[in-house]
Design a protein around this ligand. Sequence first.
Ligand SMILES: Cc1ncc(C[n+]2csc(CCOP(=O)(O)OP(=O)(O)O)c2C)c(N)n1
Length: 325
Amino acid sequence: MQSGSGLGVRADANIETSCTLGVLMASFDEVRQAAAGIRRRVLEQTIRANGGYLSQACSSAELLAMLYTHYMRLGPSLGAPIPPPFQGAPSARNPHHVNGGVYNGAQAPDLDRFILSPTHYAMALYAALIEAGRMSPEALAMFNADGSSVEMIGGEHSPGLEVTGGSFGQAISQAAGVALARKLRGDTGRVWVFMSDGEFQEGQVWEAVTVMAHHQIDNLRVVVDVNNQQVDGRMDQVMNIGSLRAKLEAFGASAVEVDGHDLEALAEAGETPHIGRPLFILGRTIPYRGIDLLHERYPHLHYIRFKSDAERERYQEQLRVMRDE
Ligand SMILES: Cc1ncc(C[n+]2csc(CCOP(=O)(O)OP(=O)(O)O)c2C)c(N)n1
């Protein structure tokens, strides 16, 4: 198995963009490689398990790679390279409990925090952690196995996840609380949230945005995978939410919309001033980007299970091509 590319905060990085976050960044070529690695690893796992959340990796690969190499100011991972099995729910009587946030480094006043909201994106996040050198590729051997913390639908014990989201609206609400507390405390670190567009069909999300606007929570940034997909197909056919940007702005947030596969545009979006408001970076993405075969299933891409050995073999061939690239 290939090892992670070791993209972290690198002193020798070739800096191609201005650096207002105060971190040393990977070059765009390295970010592109990390995104390709995310797609490849999720495809590998999908083939291995005969199913998986593959289209989410196709759409979000550049967004997650940007988070871990450009956007977020994180300390080195404190997590075990191979995550321990699930140690039980957190409680005062369970000293063995491990929170998945340790893979995003220490919680310190000047460092950022990361919150994954759509927990079915967990496999894409694990792949991003591996590409960022925060977790070993061998960690995936226990993916979705009984007793493993490397779950298909991640929880707060899973690598990279600080809170349990999954039920839409909950993670962004928790993030708003964390960000407000940090603002009141005077922390300089930001809170980053990753969301998918289907989540904006849930009412609680809008309550959270209203709270953020009311309390002027401007130390929070949300990166959204706008792939126009949800469980049953195309967003605009199942339940159209119209212009996400216009709605967010009407609720008092700042929002910027860019091609979610364009690294330069994403880097620029991250520089958008948003004093007194949260910032939503809306990345318009393609749910079969990088794996054209998936287009055959469009618009039913939410969970991929191969229908025959022949189909699986075609994806295996695609994987061989991606490994050679
Ligand atoms: C409140 C709530 N309602 C329903 C669900 C069930 N659910 C899980 S994933 C999903 C689709 C969400 O859309 P999105 O993440 O944009 O879809 P994708 O791009 O992954 O296909 C839904 C409705 C949920 N997790 N939470």
